[in-house]
Design a protein around this ligand. Structure first.
Ligand code: FES
Ligand SMILES: [Fe+2]
Length: 337
């Protein structure tokens, strides 16, 4: 969730992988994640009161500390022998980074889960501006990620005068290489037909962009032009089986001369993501009938890699052996877009 959506001393309900979560922020701005179900009689804890120290269920006032232990049951009479602290609600490791709260849901068999390294948006200088845009998608996580790594829909889905037109289609050859848990479209000069890059070209220096995909759902992109940079990241997060949230964030140290640049960027990012949203939701209508899919070599190869990476990751976590990366070395892909 967006870190800005939760003030100190408040609790918010969220869903992740179909799991209801209550996210709390204490007075020291630290965040905590609970399973959003009271162990007493199932009331979502997020309806309760949070005093910055304990989370109190709204139904019978059971109180939980930030480690999830029950500290108080108002209905117990003096001399009751029930040890409340033996009752607990499941907590999940969480952390704040780049304006988001990241929660880790471990596999059922993981004991004492610790938070894996939280993804970090690359920031190349101390001063920058940052914004976030989120959009809900009615599609499965796999279809969301395949949409995220698809390089060939731009001229049809993101058509507009300032971005692309179908007439601008031309052949592209891009080099890819394996990176841990994903693949990288190596540093290259972005297409001449992509509007926003034209703006950066105003700086005159050599313009390059590097686009990665990293399991489970991250697509970071770094654009550089001399000392100037724009660092973007799109993620698709599974909320339920048939619903995802697409989060886009961007940081940059340029365009100081563009008035209201943050508002403008947010506006364009929203237009762009809404185009993806509309096309993916329409596609989901067809996917309901479970048609076989045809993944072409070239334009659809990144989608094939995604499925292979996911299978390799699952095989590695089940066998305990290191992950066998489906990409053995650098490859060049060609497609028209
Ligand atoms: S349901 Fe939470 S205290 Fe009873
Ligand atoms: Fe798109």
């Amino acid at each position: 969730m967006l870190a800005s959506e939760i003030r100190p001393g408040t609790v918010k309900a969220q869903l992740l992988l179909g799991m209801p979560l209550a996210i709390c922020r204490d007075s020291q701005k630290r965040t905590f994640a609970f399973r959003d179900i009271c162990p007493h009689r199932g009331m979502p804890l997020s309806y309760g009161r949070f005093d910055g120290d304990r989370l109190e269920c709204s139904y019978h006032g059971w109180q939980f500390d930030m480690s999830g232990r029950c500290r108080h049951i108002p209905a117990l009479v003096d001399g009751a022998t029930l040890q409340t602290e033996k009752i607990g609600v499941t907590t999940y490791p969480c952390a704040e980074q780049d304006g988001y709260i990241w929660v880790y849901l471990p596999d059922g068999h993981e004991k004492n889960p610790t938070l894996p390294e939280v993804p970090r948006l690359p920031l190349l200088s101390d001063h920058y501006r940052l914004f976030h845009v989120s959009i809900m998608l009615r599609c499965s996580i796999d279809d969301g990620v395949v949409g995220l790594v698809d390089p060939a829909h731009g001229a049809f889905v993101h058509q507009s005068l300032w971005w692309r037109t179908p007439k601008s289609i031309h052949e592209k050859a891009k080099n890819f290489e394996p990176i841990p848990g994903g693949f990288r479209m190596t540093s290259h000069t972005p297409s001449r037909n992509s509007g926003p890059y034209r703006l950066l070209k105003a700086y005159g220096d050599q313009l390059t962009t590097t686009i990665d995909f990293v399991l489970p759902n991250l697509r970071p992109e770094l654009v550089q032009c001399g000392p100037y940079w724009v660092s973007m990241r799109t993620t698709v997060t599974p909320i339920t089986e048939h619903e995802c949230r697409m989060d886009f964030c961007a940081a940059w140290n340029c365009f100081r001369w563009v008035p209201f640049s943050k508002t403008l960027f947010r506006f364009f990012a929203r237009v762009f993501l809404n185009q993806d949203k509309r096309i993916m939701e329409r596609q989901a209508l067809g996917l309901r009938y479970k048609p076989p899919l045809m993944l072409l070599d070239g334009a659809d190869t990144p989608a094939k890699w995604y499925y292979k990476l996911k299978a390799a990751h699952l095989a590695a976590s089940q066998s305990g052996r290191p992950m066998e990366h489906p990409l053995q070395g650098p490859v060049t892909l060609r497609w028209r877009t």
